[in-house]
Design a protein around this ligand. Sequence first.
Ligand SMILES: [Zn+2]
Length: 200
Amino acid sequence: MQHTGIATLDQLINLLTRLPGIGRKTAQRLAMFVLKSDPDYAQQLAQAVLNVKSEIHFCKRCFNIAEDDLCSICADPKRDVSKICVVEDIVDIMAIEEAHVYHGLYHVLGGAISPLAGTMPEDLHIRELIERVKSEAVKEILMALNPSTEGEATMIYISRLLKDSGVTLTRLASGVPFGSHLEYLDSATIGRAIDSRREL
Ligand SMILES: [Zn+2]
C-alpha cells in the first residue's frame, strides 16, 4: 500500500477506501480531486456526509430510510396496507419503486441469512416482520429477495415462520437471473417479475 506521506491526505484516502466499490487507486483520485477543488465544495461534501447521519434515520415500521418516525411510503395514505414486500436492502425499495407496479408497503430485512458471512436470522429484522403480520391488516407478503443462495434460504426461513399466519406468501416470478441483485436489474424486468409473482 502506497502512502502519500502526508498524514491528513492519507487519512482521507484510507476512509474513502472503506466505501463499497472504492479501491485504493480510485480513493487516491477522489482525494486528489477534493484537494484541488475549491473550499466550498469540500465544505459542502463534508456537511452532506454529516447531514445524512444526523438527519436521516430508519423508519420505525419498515426500516426504510426516513426523515420522520415513518418513511414517506409508510406515511402515504394511498399505499395498499394489505401488502408487504420483503426486501434485503433499502436500495431494493428504490429499484422496485422505479418499476411503478407495486403500491403496497415494504419491510427491509437488512440483509439475508448467510451462516458463512456470520449473518443469522436474529441479525435481521425478521422478528419485526412477524410482529407486523400479527398487528397490521396484511393479506399478502411478497418476497422480493435477491435471487441467490442466501436469498432463497431467507425466503424459506420466513415462509416457515408465516406458514400458519393466514397471509398469502408470494415470490417474484422466475426470469430474474440467479445470482443477480435487484438493484442492478432494469425496472421493466422487476415490473414483470412483480406482476407475474407466484404463490409460494
Ligand atoms: Zn416505512
